[in-house]
Design a protein around this ligand. Structure first.
Ligand code: NZQ
Ligand code: ZN
Length: 389
């Protein structure tokens, strides 16, 4: 096992009607800004309920709505102005990964524009300084998917650029995880969330063995749980227990626990971000197309863990190594399909002629040495994209 540090200060409050705890969790006398997305929180009545909770103790409560999926730089900068002009001292993100990520950006940039500079190049954000004090923020999660509610990463977009950033200062103070707040999600988004969490796990698990036995078994437990509840929670959104398991799996899939001390890949995510930026494909859906292709192209490098995945997650024990790996890939694709998620880029209208644009963007963003072994260059990315068509 590799050496590691594990740090995660986010306070999780899980269960039904837990927004009633907001009065206790958000500092009294704060000027609080609620950030939200394109309107689902308004339509469901959750925004009004959250606002009512915060106003109880005479807080000054402001709102900033309209953060789009794959949150955009220009929209977020409008929110930064609201924070500065009103001296906001607490931000509450009410939404999915896009609102939570956007809120991390707002929180950071509001106090630290100097690190961002005047240039709009997102690349400047990637290496955030470690010792910064952002505007404190918490989250009320409405979509289980990204794990943003308990990690320190965010992904923002500007035109054809979409890049991930991290800072140890950007863990939420708290996150409220009430599965019932996710019941209004359309099936398509629930499926995206199942795939995203599944992918977060395999990016940290299907690499090469380092005797991380605990990490492997937690990873396998999350994958098996997602397989067990995936179809049920997509088809029966009001099944509380299935949704509760999805919510907790998505949070635990990307909060630092299973990545501690083991190699990490993230190729599917880096290629996936380019596909979202260029073609508007939902984040989870990009991963469902790219991951099986990665395993087909990188089966030798990942052989030991692919065989472990086949046996422990899918109970595939018969056949040659190649047959078992093929069967595991087929089962994974069938699982995504059972959720209504396509596993070929052509299903999203991407054509062979588009691959050059993806490769050009990967190069522009410095994504030229990907994977757990850093030897996945642009030629291999091209092969993966061709395989994923
Ligand atoms: O905008 P509204 O109207 O709220 O609608 C949203 C949006 O259209 C809707 N939605 C959310 N909660 C709902 C709801 N609709 C009805 N009822 C509810 N309860 O769902 C749609 C998708 O929401 P979004 O937040 O965009 O989805 P997701 O949670 O998948 O987040 C995607 C973003 O997170 C980034 C992705 O790259 C992408 O930009 N990621 C962030 C990560 C992180 N911070 O660690 C890791 C991930 O790998 C990912 O990259
Ligand atoms: Zn993801």
């Amino acid at each position: 096992m590799f050496d590691f540090e594990f740090y995660n200060p986010t306070h999780i409050v899980f269960g039904k009607n837990k927004i009633t705890q907001l009065d206790k969790l958000v500092p009294a006398k704060a000027t609080a800004l609620i950030t939200y997305g394109g309107g689902s929180a308004k339509r469901s009545g959750l925004l009004d309920r959250v606002k009512g909770e915060l106003e109880q103790s005479g807080r000054n409560v402001l709102e900033f709505g309209g953060i789009p999926s794959n949150p955009r730089f220009d929209v977020l900068m409008e929110a930064v102005n609201v924070v500065r002009e009103n001296k906001v001292d607490f931000i509450l993100a009410l939404g999915g990964g896009s609102v939570m990520d956007g809120t991390k950006f707002i929180s950071f940039v509001s106090y630290h524009e100097e690190y961002f500079g005047k240039e709009r190049e997102l690349i400047h954000l990637v290496n955030l300084p470690t010792a910064v004090a952002p505007v404190p923020f918490g989250t009320v999660v409405t979509m289980p998917a990204t794990g943003s509610e308990m990690n320190n990463g965010f992904v923002i977009s500007d035109g054809e650029d979409k890049l991930p950033c991290f800072s140890p200062a950007l863990f939420p103070k708290f996150s409220i995880l009430d599965p019932e707040n996710t019941f209004t999600l359309p099936a398509r988004q629930v499926a995206n969330g199942v795939v995203d969490a599944f992918e977060h796990v395999v990016e940290q698990y299907v690499t090469y063995p380092v005797e991380g036995r605990f990490q492997d078994r937690v990873a396998e437990g999350i994958l098996q749980t997602l397989i067990e509840v995936g179809e049920t929670t997509v088809k029966n959104p009001q099944d509380y227990d299935a949704r509760a398991n999805l919510v907790w799996c998505t949070t635990m899939a990307l909060n630092g626990l299973i990545s501690a001390g083991v190699p990490q890949d993230w190729t599917a995510h880096m290629i996936g971000h380019e596909l979202t930026a260029l073609f508007g494909i939902d984040h989870g859906r990009t991963l469902a197309c790219v991951q099986p292709a990665i395993w087909k192209v990188r089966r030798e490098q990942k052989k030991a863990k692919l065989l472990q995945y086949a046996e422990r997650v899918w109970n595939i024990v018969n056949g040659s190594d190649d047959e078992r790996i093929d069967a595991a890939i087929t089962r994974t694709e069938a699982f995504f399909a059972s959720l209504g998620v396509e596993t070929r880029l052509s299903a999203h209208g991407v054509k062979a002629a588009d691959i050059d644009r993806v490769i050009a963007n990967l190069e522009k963003h410095g994504m030229t040495a990907l994977s757990e072994t850093r030897d996945l260059d642009l030629d291999v990315s091209r092969k993966i994209l061709e395989t994923a068509l």
